[in-house]
Design a binder for this molecule. Structure first.
Ligand code: SAH
Length: 494
């Protein structure tokens, strides 16, 4: 699934997947496991330097990716879908130095194990933790953050979600043909371009799934062919649906391989008739051989081309390509913590770095002297400027550019900032940015991150250069998946 902070909404790159073989069998693992009792079975076959053995193991803990850790011949292996304390049979294949372990059969299941709610769970891979109950997911995320943040202190308790499903306000679905050449729709299996045919993803907004299922049926009557990545033939590549959870507004983006869309008006009319709740429809042309979902050309086919949503009492217009947090319920909790950590009194100059459509900066502007936002994506900056006008904000300015370069210029011009709020993509920030923060010497840095690994790396730099981490708040923005968001309050040492 996820993630995120990538305005082209990249799909998975790697073409081949190693663990498809136990697809169906895997879904039966949790239930069957009770019946099975452990005889030590060991088989092996050798071909060249390739070896495959079946061994019995006991899981010692979880890796930061939520995989079970086991020991085998003095090596530590990670096994998908295995839980701590579980005794299981695994297949270990060795090819040269590469060792791959795969769960075959659970002998003694853990108390934390549950039957995944989603019937596509084991085949899809977009969620990684559905075989754990909610408490175990919470514990896993808390411990992951705790381990990563050990040098900086103990994080607060993770903020979880009451209903950890249906939360994604953005989804993209792909269409293809099955062996019988019937149109199927669904998601790519994790790390592959293998399309999993499905009708529902339990973390998507249910409305979004209804819409693309309707489209799948419409494709047949409109003789619209799904795009084939290998041959370059066909028309419809993906459909992107964005839902304003508060406003109820819905955007549908048809990502197509060619700008020539025969029967366009009829298609739009039929889709609107089936789903009058759709408020805007766009066509995005992606004619490149790429794993990015969206191409550059965009045309509004119906409505205003954006949707509006309300976050922390402010209204935001969102366009197709701009980044917007995918779980608005948890985003409100995250932003409340982040802005609280900024300790604004109404006088401060605040930098909102990696600002997207300006959400954090505009919400903070009510309590700040002035806000300066910087963001790389042009569409997002345009949305941010528009959103500041829409909300009558007079003390915020937004700039397009690389946040690091922007900060270097600010530092070179001797500008002042009291608070820097930063929310970089998964790759984290860079030295240009961080070294300029150190030069600008804001009293506080609030670091919002969807990847605590790079957050810890960047915080280490700040700590080595005069800052101290006061508080770390994990937030579960992506239930059922291994991802976890974290916000840290970092202050300049006196
Ligand atoms: N703070 C926003 C957006 C966070 S996502 C929110 O909460 O919604 C991270 C954002 O960083 C994305 O909008 C992405 O386009 C932007 N980005 C990525 N690399 C960047 C860079 N080098 N400089 C500035 N912005 C960048």
């Amino acid at each position: 699934m996820n993630k995120r902070k990538n305005n082209g909404y990249k799909t998975q790159k790697k073409r081949h997947q190693s663990n498809k073989s136990y697809g169906k069998n895997r879904s039966a693992l949790a239930t069957e496991s009770n019946k099975l009792h452990g005889k030590q079975s060991k088989t092996s076959n050798r071909r060249g330097n390739k070896k495959k053995v079946t061994v019995e193991v006991v899981c010692a803990g979880l890796s930061h990716e939520g995989k079970g850790i086991v020991q085998w011949e003095g090596r530590q292996l990670e096994v998908e879908h295995l839980l701590p304390g579980e005794k299981a049979e695994i297949a270990v294949s060795t090819s040269g130095r590469v060792v791959h372990a795969q769960l075959k059969r659970i002998i003694t299941p853990a108390k934390d194990r549950v039957k995944p709610m989603c019937s596509y769970y084991y085949a899809c891979g977009g969620c990684q933790l559905q075989h754990m109950n909610e408490q175990a997911q919470k514990r896993f995320k808390q411990e992951t953050i705790q381990k990563l943040m050990r040098p900086f202190g103990k994080p607060e308790l993770i903020l979880t979600m009451d209903h950890p499903y249906d939360y994604r306000n953005k989804s993209h679905t792909t269409f293809g043909l099955n062996r019988e050449r019937q149109i199927i729709g669904g998601l790519y299996a994790q790390n592959s371009h293998q399309l999993i045919s499905m009708d529902r993803c339990l973390i998507h907004d249910p409305k979004a799934d209804e819409i693309w299922n309707t489209m799948k049926d419409m494709m047949k009557s409109f003789k619209m062919q799904p795009y084939n990545e290998d041959t370059g033939r066909g028309f419809l590549r993906h459909v992107l649906v964005k839902v304003g959870k508060v406003s109820g507004e819905i955007m549908v983006v048809l990502v197509v391989a060619s700008p020539i869309f025969k029967g366009k008006n009829h298609f739009v009319k039929a889709l609107r008739k089936a789903h009058p709740e759709i408020t805007t429809i766009l066509m995005n042309v992606n004619n490149r051989n790429t794993s990015m979902v969206l191409g550059n050309q965009e045309k509004v086919l119906f409505g205003k081309g954006t949707i509006t949503d309300t976050l922390c009492g402010m209204k935001f217009d969102i366009s197709a390509k701009s980044f917007y947090q995918i779980n608005p319920v948890q985003t409100e909790k995250l932003y409340a913590r982040a802005i609280g950590m900024a300790q604004l009194t109404g006088k401060e100059t605040v930098i909102d770095a990696y600002c997207g459509i300006g959400t954090i900066g505009l919400i903070a502007s009510q309590k700040a002297g002035k806000v300066i936002g910087v963001e790389l994506n042009k569409d997002a900056v345009r949305d941010a400027i528009h959103n500041s006008k829409r909300n009558g904000v007079k003390n915020a300015r937004f700039y397009q550019g690389d946040a690091g370069e922007f900060m270097v210029k600010m530092a070179a011009h001797g500008e002042k900032a009291d608070v820097v709020i930063m929310d970089p993509p998964r790759s984290g920030s860079d030295e240009a940015f961080l070294s300029s923060v150190v030069k600008l010497k804001p009293k506080r840095v609030v670091y919002v991150s969807c990847n605590p690994v790079t957050q810890a790396r960047d915080m280490k730099y700040l700590v080595q250069n005069g800052y101290e981490v006061k508080r770390i708040q994990p937030v579960d923005m992506f239930p059922q998946t291994l991802h976890v968001e974290s916000v840290a309050e970092i202050v300049l040492k006196k």
